[in-house]
Design a protein around this ligand. Structure first.
Ligand SMILES: *Cc1c(COP(=O)(O)O)cnc(C)c1O
Length: 384
């Protein structure tokens, strides 16, 4: 990073109207690039005008889905500073993904410095409206110019930036599928690598054809719930003792270890946060005799589609929501399976995103930290 080269465009683009622009289609003026050559190691990093690459057509990235990526957002705070959200977690995951692909190692700390410089360079591209952000896509592709099926000793790192709106304004529906899997034991479901995603597009298209938004990915004979679309899943279930279980599948190698997932679990394990959610429930409930509200029990635990159906039938299924950087927290209102709707969750019309009290409190808190309106455990990292 001490050798960074910055070359600025002499033709800055007009800023897009985010109300009309589709996610991930409108990139900023510049990109960051560095390449690895087996003889000379990593090149000097560069920030330069956004432009196409010229690559050898034999490059291994074109043959074997050979790449790894990250997704992060930069938010403009009320103090005029731009912040990243827990970027160290993204960088550690990026390092793991690259290592899993036997690509030349990357230095996540150096890449984070490069990301911060790119964000500073593109400051005018960081949207100002609450919820809007500058989405960042660090990527490493394998560029060994040969089609042999061996690990690439060449790679290309690049970072793109595009302004975006929150991904899901409204509650989503999920189609559970039992004949396709996203990930499997011993596979790469826990890594953010390109080859995990393209095989999901056909099932996704099928889900949309049947009128659903995303696939609910199941695993095994017992139909374990793993992920929804490309997001982690949480459910809130009422217990016999009146408390609420807040469940998400454990990191068993098939689940992508989401930064948002980890942040939801961390908040839910904070007694002050839990107490605030409980109090909001008891305030909004006219029938509640319990002045303190339900006790929340966050748990990483496997659950199945039949569990969801049973909880729905018993009337104990309170919330289902999906979490990830793009959406933060997205309400889910129904799940289809085998040609019919098998699970319904009431959408909360009092919440602008249709979220129940747990999902809504998580979304609000995370967004407040992301936007620098609140400080929490050093999660907001200023780009300076
Ligand atoms: C990126 C991703 C997530 C969410 O991870 P975040 O770090 O919270 O954005 C969840 N599932 C899949 C499959 C993903 O690719």
């Amino acid at each position: 990073m001490s050798k960074l080269i910055v070359r600025l465009t002499d033709a800055p683009k007009p800023l897009p109207d985010l109300a009309t622009v589709q996610f991930g289609t409108n990139f900023s003026d510049h990109m960051a690039v560095a390449s690895f050559h087996p003889a000379s190691g990593w090149s000097q990093p560069e920030i330069k005008p956004y432009a196409p690459f010229m690559l050898d057509p034999a490059s291994s990235c074109f043959q074997y889905g050979y790449n790894a990526f990250e997704g992060m957002k930069a938010y403009l705070g009320p103090d005029g500073k731009v912040r990243l959200f827990r970027p160290d977690l993204n960088m550690r995951r990026f390092e793991r993904s690259v290592a899993r692909l036997a690509l030349p190692p990357i230095d996540g700390d150096a890449i984070l410095e490069l990301i911060k410089r790119l964000v500073q360079t593109e400051k005018r591209w960081v949207p100002t409206l609450s919820g809007d952000s500058l989405y960042l896509r660090p990527t490493v592709i394998a560029t060994r110019p040969a089609i042999g099926t061996v690990a690439s000793d060449y790679s290309l790192l690049f970072i793109l930036a595009c302004p975006c709106r929150p991904y899901f304004p409204r509650p989503v529906s999920l189609l559970a599928m039992s004949d396709v899997v996203r990930a499997w034991p011993g596979g790469t479901g826990a890594d953010k690598i390109g080859s995990n995603y393209a095989p999901g597009f056909l099932p996704q298209r099928e889900a949309v054809a049947q009128g659903y938004d995303h696939v609910l990915w199941l695993f095994g004979e017992e139909r374990r719930v793993t992920e929804g679309g490309v997001m982690n899943v949480f459910v809130v279930v009422k217990r016999e003792d009146g408390g609420w279980d807040v469940l998400t599948p454990p990191l068993d190698g098939m689940i992508l270890p989401g930064v948002t997932r980890a942040s939801c679990l961390a908040l839910l394990s904070d007694p002050a946060f839990r107490a605030r959610v409980s109090a909001s429930v008891s305030e909004s409930s006219s029938t509640s005799t319990d002045a303190t509200g339900p006790t929340l029990h966050p748990t990483e635990r496997t659950f199945t589609l039949s569990d969801l159906e049973r909880w729905f039938a018993e009337g104990t299924l309170l919330e289902i929501f999906l979490v990830g950087t793009a959406a933060i927290v997205a309400a889910t209102h129904q799940i289809g399976f085998d040609g019919r709707v098998v699970v319904r969750v009431p959408t909360h019309t009092e919440d602008p995103h249709g979220l129940g009290p747990v999902g809504s409190a998580l979304r609000e808190k995370i967004l407040a930290v992301q936007e620098g309106r609140e400080e929490y455990e050093g999660w907001g990292v200023v780009c300076e």
